[in-house]
Write a protein of this length. Sequence first.
Length: 586
Amino acid sequence: MTEPGNVPLHTHDQDDRQLAPQYPLRGVRRFRIEGAGKEHMEVARNRTIVAVLLFVCCTFALGIRLIDLGLVERVAETASRGDRRGAVLAARADIVDRNGVVLATNLTTASLYADPKRVLDPEEAADRLLLALPSLNRADLLNKLRADNRFVWIKRNLTPEEQYRVNSLGIPGLGFENEDRRVYPHGRLAAHVLGFVDIDGQGLAGIERFYNSRLANPGDVHEPLKLALDLRVQHVLHEELSHAVETFSAIGGAGIVLDVNNGEVLGLVSLPDFDPNEPGSANTETLFNRVVQGVYELGSGMKVLTVAMALDSGAATVTSSYDATQPLRVARFTINDYHPEKRWLSLPEVFMVSSNIGTARMAIDIGTETQRRYLADFGLLEKPRIELREAASPLVPNPWREINTMTIGFGHGIAVTPLQLVTSIAAVANGGRLIPATLVKDDDAARIAAAKQVISPKTSDIMRKLLRITVISGTGGKADVPGYEVGGKTGSAEKASAGGYRRKALLSSFIAVFPSDAPRYAVFIIVDEPKGTRETYGFATGGWTAAPTAGAVIRRIGPMLGVAPRPADEDQKARLRHALLLPVSE
């Protein structure tokens, strides 16, 4: 027998687990707690379980909140910001002049936004923000800070100083977003050419608008858009035109410098102008581009085209003469000369003294249909082709009667843009080829090859002589620059108004080409409503206002453009007068 309390190592078919309940292992003592001790242990165990469960729940809740703050709210904020911002100004290609000088570029700036749901006290925040950014409107600012959005713009494109002041406030719910801002380093110098962009970087005017897709194309942003503009020429043109507007107390002015052989615009100025860096401060008057938006009756500048079409069509020769002994009366209209010669005038004399009577008679000989055909060939009956969407269409008579033919001959009755007139007169001077003007520097071979022959080279040669003799002996004397062989024509047109013309409101102009025997450049100056001065003896016509301005421009830009001045030619005047069958001595 086995002694009670002793368990064998093995008992046939039963294992230890079967025997354990009946036979405790030797040396192991089991205790059972009864009474109050047992209750204390149960309470402690339950409290521990509850504490662990509470800890797990709190940890889980905190995790969910962190996810909400770090992800869900961020997604909501980003989505709301995207809705509010629209397209933030992305990369945009630079614009440079023909020599690579930067005219428009992007700079990174900070823009201030707010998350209204995180702004604790909108009124206090608004008051403090106004101290840092006094240009803000308080009512508008409060509305933004109280908005039911997660993102509102407060102010875009802050200066570094403004950003520092706002950041120093430490207002919860405010933040900064880096954006690219379009800047124009030369300010208003080329404002009407470049135009400007809106707050989101979309072109609204000028080159910025015309080439908006190209400038904003991600594939092209690293390739600058090169213009034909020469900033040096632009500066001279702007300075001299500004001086003329100030000197003659004019309401504005316009100027163009054009390469007559390829149509490139080297300078284009319209005054008054604006700063494209601050387009919001501009108004309708300063935004108006007189060169391409203004349509004007340009007066005697049109006589260049009338004489050219008369010679080219065979309606006249240099030996033709016209009766200018007295005013020309047609129905209820009377055509007068500004300085009447009261005699018969040869064709060159009609041009030199700028006779309205003689030119009107010349237009009659040309005929309405021929006149209209030539004007269409010169591009004056349709909107000018230029990289500016602001360009305006001309105003032409309808119906086109004989009286219209006569008045159009000397520059009244048809209104065109200054760009159109200078482009057409460039064609008269360059051998008869009409080349559309362009503001962009590109391969001009195709454009030149497509040029339209509008008058013959022979006619062009005669016209160059007439333009030069008009400066030497006619109304354009104040545009002459020694050594540069300037040829040109004055223009003085009374501005139209309801029921007629305003006699004291002149549009005074001068079109110049140089050198006249082999022209390279045309310069066109317009002074809008100039007032005579003591130096001009009270006169405000083109010969006294626009002609000297054109001469000043040519004197300064000639050397820049590589046009070498020539030695004085004492015999030139006599040769020209002889070629044009004019008396050699005046």
